[in-house]
Design a protein around this ligand. Structure first.
Ligand code: IVH
Length: 685
């Protein structure tokens, strides 16, 4: 493979007609196009010094695309055309880092930075040392691996030891070179960032689409990299700035950090040119001060400066604490503050129904980002701040949080107090603030703001077990208006589901079957699925045992509800409030009409066909999930246990039963299948 040094690369290729390959094979032309495109991408995305116009560049890419479409056998994973964003994925694979991606200790003041320097000096026992000062870009860190000179894999930091594999998404980032000169395997580490312009543009688009804004460029960068659709990452114009070069074993390649940064630069990676080799801490502090004054003029966000001891042998001598290296520190800049006026207070309803008051502000630049909103958290916070509409306030952005209001600096001449609404601004449902809680909530389970969350809970394991009805499907069902309330799930048709993204005939049949099956689940599950506060699995069982009928629970007074075991005033009140909400009454009517279990047909009490029997369940059953089987056994008076012992009466075994089956056979415990369970229950499978 040819080793290209980018600085020496001078291929200026002009577009030619696709069919005019008289003296060149298609393979050769593709090779030349790729080299040329890489060269121009490096000039444009890494060095910021384009040499050809966008139109000329586009023509090269188009020609390459046409050739690759005509000759798919010639497509390689390092081709510049593969950046457009490949196939979506089901989820991210977890991958271990070669060496942990540690975090940094912070210095918040000059004194703290000097204290860090004193420690370094002591530990290095009088030997000279120098620092590399780099800007601390506010993004998320990512490792990228290269093999045979080709980009191979990208992994997010994750918890530092294990990250998420985001290769296809990272491939769409233009400053991640797909091909580099070094052919020996290596890894780079650096920061994925979104510049301010791209951030503002993205938020403007999201606002237009009525999607929530990203609070800061870092969240936006993380949200853009960790999406399952690489084409979304591609559209967000992320950047990747590198700062470490490691060999395959995770060891630094060079003896000096400064040298490694220059080497990365030569390999075609983006390395922030705003860096300095400092002979001592005073020079480093000067660098920090210079960029603190200039930070608003940078095209991207920084939240400080990172100082690293330059010599790698000295770094090794200094070593690590459990959390961070002793040879590096982050000097964090103070939060940026500005004064502005509160022009209104709006209430937003979150995914769980919690209401958050948000201050609308006279738009103002804080740290280079226009801020027009700040969270006020809840009613108590508004009282604490004494804030009213029309007041002038001091707001603060500290990089990693949503802007917040620090204090009122001047009361408005014509100020209006704010009151939490009694009805949800989204659906008109009742707003309730439970005693001792800070948040007020909308209690309509079908409120559009919390519908996705309600459906997710309704369908989850241990609730109504609608396997296959995951977040991606819920998202589509709600966004396309197919499901406007939880009960609409029971009207879905196979045809509607099959038309959705990522739904084939098999997954459709699976979801329909599981929705159907949820109709047969015992009443306590239905009660639990409503998402009433404080009514979990156990309380639902106890209420069902006492009332035996969901409609009776829905109409019982608070006093009557407290007749059930373990139900106190707080739970009773929450149940009453839930069923007093007219939207929830409607939901109940719809679920009854859909055929869900409202009667507790086989209450857990003496006299059920399985009373006194203990079952252990293992393997995959043909028709029931284990939770369903457990529920059926318990509803018939039986018990279930986790492990097989001499006390076990039956082992209910499905396919791929393992050690439990062996143990049962050893102990002589009878083994039954699903069909036999049904016959013991007196039911048909
Ligand atoms: S060095 C063990 N260098 O800041 C050394 N980090 O607060 C770890 N960051 O997790 C990182 N710019 O996400 C390093 N020039 C830079 C950086 C940088 C931004 C981020 C990175 C890291 C965090 C630590």
């Amino acid at each position: 493979m040819m080793a290209i040094r980018w600085s020496e690369c001078e291929i200026i290729l002009r577009p030619i007609e696709v069919n005019d390959y008289s003296d060149m094979s298609v393979r050769e032309r593709i090779g030349k196009l790729r080299e040329s495109i890489r060269h121009h991408e490096h000039l444009y995305y890494v060095l910021d010094k384009p040499e050809i116009s966008d139109a000329e560049y586009d023509a090269l890419v188009r020609e390459l695309q046409q050739l690759e479409t005509a000759h798919p056998e010639l497509i390689t994973p390092d081709s510049p055309t593969v950046r457009v964003g490949g196939k979506p994925r089901e989820g991210f694979q977890k991958l271990a880092h070669s060496t942990p991606m540690l975090s940094l200790d912070n210095a918040l003041t000059t004194d703290e930075l000097r204290a860090f320097d004193n420690r370094v000096r002591e530990l290095l026992a009088g030997v000279e040392y120098s620092y590399v000062a780099e800007l601390k870009m506010d993004g998320l860190s990512m490792a990228a691996r290269y093999r045979d000179g080709v980009f191979e894999q990208a992994i997010t930091r994750g918890d530092g030891s294990i990250g998420e594999e985001v290769t296809e998404n990272a491939r769409t980032i233009r400053s991640v070179p797909l091909r580099v000169p070094r052919e020996i395997p290596f890894e780079v580490r650096g920061e994925v960032v979104l510049n301010r312009r791209a951030f503002e543009r993205l938020n403007a688009e999201r606002e237009k689409a009525e999607l929530p804004r990203f609070a800061n460029p870092r969240n936006a960068a993380a949200g853009s990299l960790r999406v399952l659709e690489p084409s979304i990452t591609a559209s967000r114009r992320l950047d990747y700035y590198t700062y470490f070069a490691l060999d395959e074993a995770g060891k630094f390649i060079f003896e000096s950090h400064w040298e490694s940064l220059n080497w990365l630069d030569g390999q075609g990676f983006k390395v922030n040119p705003k860096r300095r080799l400092c002979a001592n801490v005073d020079e480093a502090l000067a660098f920090c001060a210079e960029w603190e004054a200039e930070r608003d003029n940078l095209p991207y966000e920084i939240d400080g400066v990172v100082l690293k001891v330059d010599s790698i042998p000295q770094q090794q001598q200094l070593g690590f604490t459990a959390r961070a290296p002793r040879w590096a520190i982050a000097f964090k800049y103070a939060a940026q503050q500005r004064e502005t006026q509160v022009v209104g207070i709006e209430v937003q309803v979150g995914r769980t129904g919690a209401l958050t008051p948000v201050a609308h502000l006279e738009p103002t630049l804080v740290g280079g980002v226009t801020v027009s909103r700040a969270t006020l958290h809840n009613e108590d916070e508004i009282t604490r701040l004494g804030i009213q509409i029309g007041d002038t306030v001091l707001i603060e952005r500290s990089g990693d949080v949503i802007p917040k209001v620090v204090r009122v600096t001047k009361e408005g001449a014509a100020r209006t107090p704010f009151h939490m609404p009694h009805h949800c601004p989204v659906c008109g449902g009742h707003i309730v603030r439970e005693e001792g809680e800070a948040a007020s909530r909308c209690i309509n389970a079908n409120c559009p703001a919390r519908l996705k969350e309600s459906i997710g809970y309704f369908a989850s394991r241990g609730v109504l077990n609608i396997d296959g009805l995951g977040d991606v499907l819920i998202e589509q069902l709600v966004d396309k208006g197919l499901v406007k309330g939880v009960a609409d799930l029971y009207d879905l048709t196979a045809e509607q589901l099959e038309n959705l993204d990522r739904m084939g005939p098999k997954s459709t049949a699976n979801v329909i079957r599981n929705i159907d099956r949820s109709r047969t689940l015992p009443m306590p599950r239905v009660l639990g699925a409503l998402g009433i506060r404080f009514v979990g699995e156990r309380t639902a069982e106890l209420l069902a045992d006492h009332f035996e009928d969901l409609d009776r629970i829905a109409t019982a007074s608070a006093d009557e509800l407290q007749q059930a075991q373990e139900v106190g005033p707080k739970v009773a009140e929450s149940i009453r409030t839930f069923f007093d909400e007219s939207h929830n009454k409607e939901l109940l009517d719809r679920l009854r009409a859909a055929g869900l279990q409202f009667k507790h047909t086989a209450p857990k009490r003496e006299g059920g066909p399985l009373t006194g029997l203990t079952f252990v369940i293992t393997g995959t059953l043909p028709g029931l999930t284990r939770e369903d089987a457990k529920a059926k056994i318990e509803a018939a008076g039986g018990k279930t246990a986790a492990a097989v012992s001499r006390k076990t009466n039956y082992l209910l075994a499905g396919e791929d039963a393992g050690s439990k089956l062996k143990k049962a056979q050893e102990l002589g415990v009878p083994v039954i299948d699903e069909e036999q369970l049904f016959s013991m229950l007196g039911e048909k499978p």
